[in-house]
Design a protein around this ligand. Structure first.
Ligand code: NAD
Length: 468
């Protein structure tokens, strides 16, 4: 049992904070730890701090919290820094998307082949990438032995960039691989008998190994597809693991795309809303259509409203428990999030985010299996060593031990998906590092939505007008 200083950057994040804090409070082997919540938005930060402190009291967890708007204070002396910040927020993403659409780029210029995820900007997000490097540089000075746990997107570009530029220990995390469970549940298989591996890049992972009771389970999946050629109808925009797009992708590449990989497909499924509806199901057409993304943003707004209303209530009445304060506002939030909030009070259920179990594995040698983003260093054949891959690994007090990928990724995936995705990552990072908008124009000239050089030039000029 060891106490550590964990700093959460972007702690006002609607998605992450409550999950991470509940995991910390439930992990008894981290009792006595000190958590610094850092955000530039004081009201969101304050709400997160009030909720976290009350939650720890309710759970009788021995965890101390502090809040700060100073990055330096958060990083100084930290053992683990978790970055969940989105510089400029969703408003920046929507502003960029709008400019792109004005110039004829449906869903904005950051929407690219094999990168359709609507908050995974790689071309216009220089402030976000600069912030990643600012954190790493500051850690080198103020907490050189600390780990950086990167949750903020883009995890693929970010992990590659930081790992190339900095000597700090780092790992990128995504929860997309949990979608393997959607397949297991749909096929009515027993989880304990499954042996699986995924490999690829972040938001580009493939079910390389899928065994059930010691035998290849792909034939079971093939049988299900024969009986359900149109897959499953979605319950929400993100429910796409068994969508027609996923099945079609599998048939071309030979292995199942997992999690966000299903969204990150080629233009075939994304030309326009009607096409998206055909492949991802109605009424939304997947998470990244204008309808699906609105669903998601409305949900984030509802959750943010819930946290600030709850914080107000707790400020006024010190005797109220967090669970009571939250449930008073359950009517204003989606039912599934209300259920998730209830699960925060079940000590046996962790959130599924990997950050806190990873810290526990490193600090307390509680060995565990994770899906991590780290530099390749030979794990995936055919991919350079200095490119971040997403792979399963065992983690213990000595660090991250990648699994051997057996069977390996098929050539079809490496040559037709990973190579072009990797090239786009390299182009985006070069444009960012050289601060050269002309390179973004070049990227757009390779984009099917571009009809003329003038179109690409105009959108880039409007977006980067303040860069000399
Ligand atoms: P959000 O806008 O709700 O929260 C981000 C927080 O960052 C806000 O509270 C904001 O004030 C704060 N912030 C902005 N600039 C900051 C700065 N300079 N210093 C400190 N804090 C700052 O965003 P969100 O929807 O919660 O997403 C956050 C990030 O997480 C995004 O990059 C998103 O793509 C990513 N994400 C990752 C995963 C994953 O599994 N890895 C899953 C979902 C979202």
């Amino acid at each position: 049992m060891a106490s550590v200083k964990i700093s959460i950057i972007g702690a006002g994040s609607a998605v992450f904070s409550l999950r991470l804090i509940s995991d910390i409070c439930k992990t008894e082997s981290l009792a006595g730890s000190f958590v610094t919540l850092m955000d530039v938005d004081e009201s969101r930060l304050d709400a997160a701090y009030i909720l976290a402190s009350q939650y720890a009291r309710d759970m009788k967890a021995n965890i101390q919290f502090e809040e700060t708007i100073e990055l330096e204070k958060a990083i100084s002396g930290a053992d683990f820094v978790i970055n969940t910040a989105l510089v400029g927020g969703h408003a920046f993403l929507e502003k960029m998307r709008k400019i792109g659409e004005k110039h004829g780029y449906y869903r904005g210029i950051d929407t690219q082949e094999f990168n359709m995820v609507s908050d995974y900007y790689t071309l216009t997000n220089w402030n976000q990438l600069s912030f990643f490097l600012e954190i790493a540089t500051m850690m080198e000075k103020l907490s050189p032995n600390a780990w950086l746990l990167q949750a903020a997107n883009p995890v693929f570009e970010g992990t590659t960039l930081i790992s190339r530029k900095s000597k700090i220990k780092m790992v990128g995390f995504c929860h997309g691989h949990h979608a393997v469970n959607d397949i297991v549940d749909t096929l009515n298989l027993e989880k304990e008998k499954i042996d699986w591996q995924v490999a690829g890049f972040n938001h580009a992972i493939w079910l390389t190994r899928f065994h059930y009771d010691g035998k290849d389970a792909y034939p079971i999946l093939d049988e299900w597809f024969k009986e359900h050629p149109n897959g499953k109808s979605p319950k929400n925009p993100f429910d796409d693991q068994l969508s027609p797009a996923a099945i079609d992708t599998y048939h071309f590449y030979g292995r199942m795309p997992i999690g966000d990989t299903v969204r990150n497909s080629g233009w075939k499924y994304h030309y326009d809303l009607e096409t998206k509806k055909k492949w991802y199901g109605g009424p939304w057409g997947g998470a990244d259509s204008e309808l699906g993304w609105k669903w998601y943003e409305d949900r984030l707004r509802e959750i943010t409203a819930l946290t600030s209303k709850t914080a107000e209530l707790l400020k006024k009445n010190k005797n109220v428990k967090l669970s009571e304060a939250l449930s008073a506002n359950f009517s204003i939030i989606p039912a599934d999030f209300a259920n998730e909030v209830k699960s925060f009070y079940d000590p046996s259920i962790l959130s599924g985010e990997q950050h806190i179990p990873f810290i526990d594995a490193i600090v307390n040698n509680h060995t565990n299996r994770f899906v991590v983003n780290i530099l390749n260093n030979g794990v995936i054949a055919g991919i350079p060593n200095d490119v971040a891959v997403e792979i399963p690994a065992r983690v213990d007090k000595d660090g991250i031990h990648p699994e051997e990928i057996t069977p390996p990724l098929p050539e079809r995936i490496i040559k037709w998906y990973l190579y072009p995705r990797m090239a786009r990552m390299e182009w985006a990072l070069e444009a960012f590092e050289k601060k050269n908008p002309d390179l973004i124009v070049e990227i757009l000239l390779r984009d099917r939505r571009t009809h003329s050089y003038e179109q690409a030039r105009a959108v880039v000029d409007e977006i980067f007008k303040d860069i000399s």
